[in-house]
Design a protein around this ligand. Structure first.
Ligand code: CP3
Length: 353
């Protein structure tokens, strides 16, 4: 690991973005780096447009907000500003994001009749602004960075819909899973078909990699993961690979250290690790045929610059010099000093294998 020297985002081999080259296991000069934000630098726009759905469903705002980190930090990946819940209204599931409360699904889905009302998602019809925004983002960042799309995993989407929002103990979805599993399977299948189509739509409109968020897989025992999440993730990956064999798919399942050996069985190209897993151990447990993403603790960005550098070098060294996408283990936390984010990118982009 070399000295930190700030420089522009470099382009990977064959004119493809560095991030894509790294995921494909090609020899690259440094790990690509990008971050997710759950809040932060787009706060000004939040005041101007108070509703999350307004901000995330208008093509000009989506492009503007997506490009904010790109303009300031020149990351190697530019993620679409959207939400995993954005497709829900198109599936006949109204939702909102309420300040201080988070996502709210007004009519939780807990019966066979309610699940029967869920429609399959047709992206062209319901979220044309997503396709338009991805096309515009590609034009703007060219191949200097990879434009990243994303979707929610079936189990995580189902958790929100059955619980009615964020949950601490997941009693409603567990009750459904363990008393009337066929109803849950029916819902999971609808999300599976819909999200596979949504990934293809994002790729057709400019996404160069797509991240699948199974944020709540961590709530499942390994055996239950094998019943309620893994087969659906595998089905999504198989379906996407059939029509888009070269599209890199990243699986993010935070808190799922107990599931690590099972995650490659989905067929994804990259597993995103959180910081509760040691990067070197994670590598071993995942096997050699898969790339890794992560996994610096977002809290590290509240430390000194020296400390941040140390943690970056440590992670990069443990990940090895092939198939690593440097990232935090989760999104940037609210209140993170922007100069520390700038430092993170500067150090990361100065690394040479
Ligand atoms: O860098 C980016 O621009 C990322 C865009 C992005 C958002 N949500 C925007 C958003 C991404 C990748 C997501 C994914 C997402 N959404 C996940 C998976 C990631 C994870 O953290 O596990 C989940 C579980 C959701 C559901 C969701 N949406 C939650 C739990 C919240 C927070 C609610 C709250 O009040 O804090 C949201 C809202 C949301 N989505 C915000 C952002 C920036 C914050 C609220 C706002 O801007 O009004």
């Amino acid at each position: 690991v070399g000295e930190a020297v700030a420089e522009e985002a470099s382009v990977g081999t064959a004119g493809e973005p560095l991030l894509v080259s790294a995921i494909r296991g090609k020899k690259v000069e440094r790990p690509p780096v990008w971050l997710m934000r759950q809040a932060g630098s787009y706060q000004l726009l939040c005041e101007k447009y108070p509703s999350f759905r307004e901000r995330s469903e208008n093509v000009d705002l989506v492009v503007e907000i997506s490009l904010q980190p790109w303009k300031v930090f020149k990351p190697d990946g530019v993620i679409l500003f959207s939400d995993i819940l954005t497709p829900l209204p198109g599936m006949n599931i109204p939702f909102d994001i309420v300040k201080g409360k988070g996502p709210v699904i007004y009519d939780p889905l807990r019966t066979a009749a309610a699940v029967n009302e869920v429609r399959e998602f047709v992206p062209e019809e319901w979220v044309p602004y997503v396709g338009q925004a991805l096309n515009l983002l590609r034009k703007e960042v060219k191949n200097e960075a990879a434009v990243l799309g994303f979707v929610g995993a079936p189990f995580t989407l189902a958790s929100y819909c059955v619980e009615g929002g964020s949950s601490k103990n997941f009693t409603m979805i567990k009750k459904l899973a363990f008393s009337e599993p066929e109803i849950l399977h029916n819902l999971l299948q609808k999300f599976t078909t819909s999200m596979a189509n949504y990934i293809k739509y994002q790729a057709d409109n400019g996404a160069q990699a797509v991240q699948i968020f199974d944020s709540w897989a961590t709530e499942l025992s390994p055996a239950d993961f094998e019943e309620f999440s893994l087969p659906y993730l595998k089905q999504i990956v198989d379906s996407v690979k059939e029509t888009h064999p070269d599209l890199p798919l990243i699986l993010y399942a935070s808190g799922s250290g107990g599931l690590l050996e099972r995650l490659p069985l989905t067929g994804v190209d990259v597993v995103s690790l959180d910081w509760t897993v040691d990067m070197a151990e994670g590598r071993k447990r995942l096997g050699s045929n898969i790339a890794v993403q992560g996994n610096v603790d977002p809290g590290v960005l509240f430390g000194s610059k020296e400390f941040i550098s140390k943690r970056i070098y440590d992670t990069v060294q443990k990940a090895g010099n092939v198939g690593h996408v440097l990232n935090l283990g989760h999104g940037i936390k609210v209140g993170t000093p922007e100069e520390n984010v700038a430092h993170f990118f500067e150090v990361a982009k100065g690394i040479r294998y």
